[in-house]
Write a protein that binds this ligand. Structure first.
Ligand code: ARG
Length: 464
C-alpha cells in the first residue's frame, strides 16, 4: 500500500499563499515510512482523548465519536483499505484527517492541547517499547537454542584459539556458553534501555506545555508508561532513547557477527568443524560443488548497516538546538531498519542454531595438533615445585624438539620428557590428554564439562 498524491489541496493552511511543489512534498513527507506507527498513533490518540474527556476539555460525546472513528480507521488499516495520502505528510495528519471525515468536529477537537511534536515522540516510544519486547523474546529464544547445543556438546573438545593460533583445548559447550553470556548482556541492555523509552512525552505539546488543564499522569497510566517526561522541551526534542536502543542493537549485531565469522570458518572444508543445515545455505551458479554459509555471511554484512544507523542517529542529534526540529523526522528509517534487521537476524539465528551439526571427530583431531596441552605440562611442573617461568621455558624447549622431529608432546617417551625436566614422572601422561586438560579447569567460568553443565542449569533456571 503506497501513499498517493491526492487532490486534497486544502492540506496547506490559510497561512500560505501557494502550495509546496510536488518535489518538496515528497521530500518533506514521512508517511511512506511512518505509517508503520499507525497503531501506536491511534493508541496515543485514544488515551489523549480519554483524558480530554475526563478533564472536561472535550465532551463525552466527542470522546465516543473519536473512539468509533478510530475503531473504523484501525479496521481499514488492518484490511489494507486505508488510503494514505502524501499530501497529508505523515501518519498523524493522515489519521486525523480520516477521523474528521468519519466523525466531523470531534475529529478536529482531538488535537486540543497536543502537537505533532509530542505526538510523534509518544508514537516512537510506543513503537519501540513493543519492538524491544520482541527483541528481548528473540534473544531469549536464541539463548535457549545455544543452551541445547551446549548441552549436547558439553564434553566435545575442540582447540580454543588466541590470535587464531591453537591455544588450549576447550569444550564446545563452553564455547557456546560464551555467546550465551554475550546475548544475555544484550538482553540486559535492552531491558535497561526500555526503562528510558517507557516515559510519556504527551503534554509537552509543541515545546512549552499547554494552557489546557491536562492530566499527564492519567495518560501515562492508560498507555503503560512508567513515568512522564519531566521537561517539555526535552520531551519533544531528544531522541537519546532511540540512540541508546541503536547502540544496544549494534552490540547485538556485533555479537552475531563474531559468531557468524566463526560459523563461516568452522564450515570451511579446510576446518570442517560443523555443518549448517541446507536451508540456511545456497549454492553457486557456476560451481556445482559449492554450499555457501550465506546466512552467517549476510548477518556479518548487515552488522555494518546497524552500526551505521547508530552513527547516523548520533550525527542527526548532535547539531540540534532545543526544541523540536524537522531533522528528527530522519530518526525513523534508521530506527525501523535497525528493528527489522535485528529482529529477522535473531529469528533466523535461533532457527539456524538448531540446524548446526557438530563434528566432534574433526574438532578432536584439530585439538590434537598444535600442542594444545603445553600449558598443562607447564602447570604440572609448577605443581611439582618449579617456578612458572622456568616451567614455561622447559615446555617451550620440549615443544621445539617435537616440532623439529614431528609429533606431539604425548609422542615423547618418559625418558625423553625427563631431559626437559627431571621433575616429570609417569603421571604426566594423564595431564597431557585433552580430557584431562579440560576437566582440570574446574572452577566457575572454566571449560570443564561439569562446569559447563552447571552453567547451563543456571541459565535455564534464569530463562525459565
Ligand atoms: N513527521 C514528523 C516527525 O517525524 C512529525 C512531527 C512534525 N512536527 C512538526 N512540527 N512539523 O518528526
Amino acid at each position: 500500500m503506497t501513499a498517493q498524491l491526492s487532490k486534497k489541496s486544502e492540506a496547506w493552511s490559510a497561512r500560505f499563499s501557494e502550495p509546496v511543489s510536488d518535489l518538496v512534498k515528497r521530500y518533506t513527507a514521512s508517511v511512506f515510512f511512518d505509517k508503520r506507527m499507525a497503531d501506536a498513533d491511534i493508541q496515543g490518540s485514544l488515551a489523549h482523548a480519554e483524558m480530554l474527556a475526563h478533564q472536561g476539555i472535550i465532551s463525552t460525546q466527542d470522546h465516543a465519536d473519536i473512539q468509533r472513528g478510530m475503531a473504523q480507521i484501525q479496521a481499514e488499516i488492518a484490511a489494507g483499505k486505508f488510503e494514505w495520502m502524501l499530501d497529508l505528510e505523515d501518519v498523524h495528519l493522515n489519521i486525523e484527517k480520516r477521523l474528521t471525515e468519519l466523525v466531523g468536529d470531534a475529529g478536529k477537537r482531538l488535537h486540543t492541547g497536543r502537537s505533532r511534536n509530542d505526538q510523534v515522540a509518544t508514537d516512537i516510544r510506543l513503537y519501540m517499547r513493543a519492538a524491544i519486547d520482541g527483541i528481548a523474546g528473540l534473544l531469549r529464544d536464541l539463548r535457549l537454542a545455544l543452551l541445547d547445543l551446549a548441552e549436547q556438546h558439553a564434553d566435545t573438545i575442540l582447540p580454543g584459539f588466541t590470535h587464531m593460533q591453537v591455544a588450549q583445548p576447550i569444550t564446545f559447550g563452553h564455547h557456546m556458553l560464551a555467546y550465551v553470556e554475550m546475548f544475555s548482556r544484550d538482553a540486559e541492555r535492552m531491558t535497561d534501555c526500555r526503562k528510558r523509552v517507557n516515559r510519556l512525552p504527551l503534554g509537552a505539546a509543541a515545546l512549552a506545555g499547554t494552557t489546557f488543564p491536562i492530566d499527564r499522569e492519567r495518560v501515562a497510566k492508560t498507555l503503560g508508561f512508567e513515568e512522564v517526561c519531566r521537561n517539555s522541551l526535552d520531551a519533544v526534542s531528544d531522541r537519546d532513547f532511540a540512540i541508546e536502543f541503536c547502540a544496544a542493537a549494534a552490540l547485538v549485531m556485533t555479537h552475531i557477527s563474531r559468531m557468524s565469522e566463526e560459523l563461516v570458518i568452522w564450515m570451511s572444508p579446510r576446518v570442517g568443524f560443523i555443518d549448517i543445515a541446507d536451508r540456511f545455505c545456497t549454492g553457486s551458479s557456476i560451481m556445482p560443488q559449492k554450499k555457501n554459509p550465506d546466512v552467517p555471511e549476510l548477518a556479518r554484512g548487515k552488522t555494518g548497516r546497524v552500526n551505521g544507523h547508530l552513527i547516523g542517529l548520533l550525527t542527526l542529534m548532535k547539531g540540534q538546538p532545543l526544541a523540536y526540529n524537522k531533522d528528527n523526522q530522519e530518526d525513523k528509517e534508521p530506527l525501523f531498519d535497525t528493528v527489522d534487521t535485528v529482529t529477522d537476524t535473531l529469528r533466523i539465528f535461533a532457527d539456524m542454531a538448531r540446524g548446526i551439526t557438530v563434528k566432534p571427530e574433526a574438532m578432536r583431531a584439530a585439538a590434537l595438533q598444535g600442542y594444545a596441552t603445553a600449558t598443562d605440562l607447564a602447570d604440572y611442573l609448577v605443581k611439582k615445585g618449579l617456578p612458572f617461568r622456568d616451567a614455561h621455558e622447559a615446555v617451550a624447549r620440549a615443544v621445539r624438539a617435537c616440532e623439529q622431529r614431528g609429533g606431539d608432546l604425548t609422542d615423547l617417551s618418559l625418558d625423553e620428557m625427563r631431559t626437559f625436566s627431571p621433575l616429570i614422572e609417569a603421571d604426566v601422561f594423564n595431564v597431557l590428554t585433552l580430557e584431562g586438560s579440560v576437566a582440570a579447569r574446574n572452577h566457575i567460568g572454566g571449560t570443564a564439562p561439569n562446569q559447563v553443565r552447571a552453567a547451563i542449569a543456571n541459565w535455564r533456571a534464569q530463562l525459565a
